[in-house]
Design a protein. Structure first.
Length: 401
């Protein structure tokens, strides 16, 4: 990932640290400032962390560093220099370069330092930026205005990049909370000279421009979505570092090499192919070679497929077709291969135990046959018919008498 920052700032825009009190005068006297209704739902955000230490007694030192969430998967750690009482979901104004940014508190307490260790972030007070204050209504208004500009700016930037014939895709735009800077996320297969694009964007939108290159997996995590498993994408929920995935991961797990099934929404191989890969590798350490046919007294069997966790090799009599498949335990395959190396061809593929008959499958649906109501209905019809005949006969006898 690379970041490029070009300092093209509009002369009429303020470039500095915290917002001054003069900016609050933007809300006219007598007018009631409208605070946007923003609902925070813990556990429903991208790359959320469950705070399993939140029930511990609070300490002052626990809130010195907090984790702040911005748009999509962007997060950062900030110093609470003013000892504010911050809780998860609070909207705060934090230090940025330049100006300030608006974000939400996503993690507090002792778990923040554990998260920093996991991400290999050094808790140096000199490097960490500061939390200025809790966001005011003016901050929230400007934040909402900035967010409303992101989609139109992204579409316009794509059009400008197409006019300049740049081989890149603008995947997302993120405005800073004070509208003085924007981050343009792009995907490119090769190095792109976007200096002319940055000049045009700075002149047209009057902002500082930062170009940040991301990969296809990072883009899928930022955009989000639902995977083929029916759950939210892993890259949007918990994956922060992406390991390489190859087709050998699918081969070792005996998966069909179908690109449509193995590829995720990013167009790359699914990250979940890595999850059980080590388990499959460990299970196959003791397996015999698969490319050796099994020589029997009357025929030769060829390998077709494996059921790893059941410990079964499937063989057929034809090398290219999966017809007349026979399951052979791994241990028996080892024995036959060892016998073949000694020049011995066994008579039986699987040793049969005398008196051991194959168990017949029970007819589970026998009691629930589709015709199980036929006899009952016929008996009921017969009884009802006899009843009507008897009733009619009694009626006729009374009439004759």
């Amino acid at each position: 990932m690379s970041g490029h920052l070009i300092n093209f700032a509009s002369p009429e825009r303020k470039v500095g640290g915290e917002m001054t009190n003069n900016e609050e005068s933007q809300v006219k006297a007598g007018e009631e400032s409208r605070q946007p209704e923003i609902i925070y739902c813990p556990g429903c955000n991208k790359l959320d962390s469950f705070n399993w230490l939140k029930h511990l007694p609070p300490e002052v030192a626990d809130n010195q560093i907090v984790e702040v969430r911005f748009k999509n998967t962007r997060k950062g750690f900030y110093l609470n220099v003013n000892n504010l009482r911050l809780e998860t979901g609070d909207i705060v104004a934090v230090e940025a370069s330049p100006g300030h940014d608006i974000g939400r508190i996503s993690l507090t307490g002792p778990l923040v330092r554990e998260q920093m260790k996991k991400l290999k972030v050094m808790p140096s007070s000199a490097e960490l930026k500061k939390v200025y204050r809790k966001a005011k209504p003016v901050d929230l208004q400007k934040w909402e205005e900035a967010k409303s500009l992101e989609i139109p700016v992204m579409l316009r930037t794509r059009a400008i990049a197409a006019e300049l014939k740049l081989n890149m895709k603008i995947s997302d735009v993120e405005y800073q909370g004070d509208k003085t800077k924007a981050i343009f996320y792009y995907i490119a297969d090769e190095r792109v000279d976007f200096r002319q694009l940055i000049r045009i964007l700075a002149d047209e939108f009057k902002i500082r421009v930062e170009m940040r290159q991301i990969g296809a997996r990072q883009e899928a995590g930022r955009v989000g979505g639902i995977g083929s498993c029916g759950r939210e994408l892993c890259c949007a929920t918990f994956i922060t570092s992406f390991s390489s995935v190859t087709t050998s991961h699918a081969k070792y797990q005996e998966l069909s090499l179908n690109p449509q099934k193995l590829a995720g929404q990013c167009g790359k191989l699914k990250c979940c192919l890595n999850y059980e890969f080590d388990c499959y590798m460990d299970a196959q350490k003791s397996f015999p070679p698969r490319d050796i046919p099994l020589e029997l007294a009357g025929k030769t069997l060829y390998y077709q497929k494996t059921e790893v966790h059941k410990g079964l090799f499937w063989y057929s009599t034809e090398p290219g077709t999966a017809m007349n498949l026979v399951a052979v335990p791994v241990q028996r395959v080892k024995e036959i291969q060892e016998m073949n190396r000694k020049g011995v061809k066994p008579e039986l593929l699987i040793d049969e135990i005398p008196g051991d008959k194959p168990s017949e499958s029970a007819d589970i649906l026998g009691k629930d046959s589709l015709t199980r109501f036929d006899t009952v209905n016929s008996n009921r019809e017969g009884r009802s018919r006899k009843f009507h005949h008897r009733k009619k006969r009694k009626h006729n006898q009374k009439k004759d008498g």
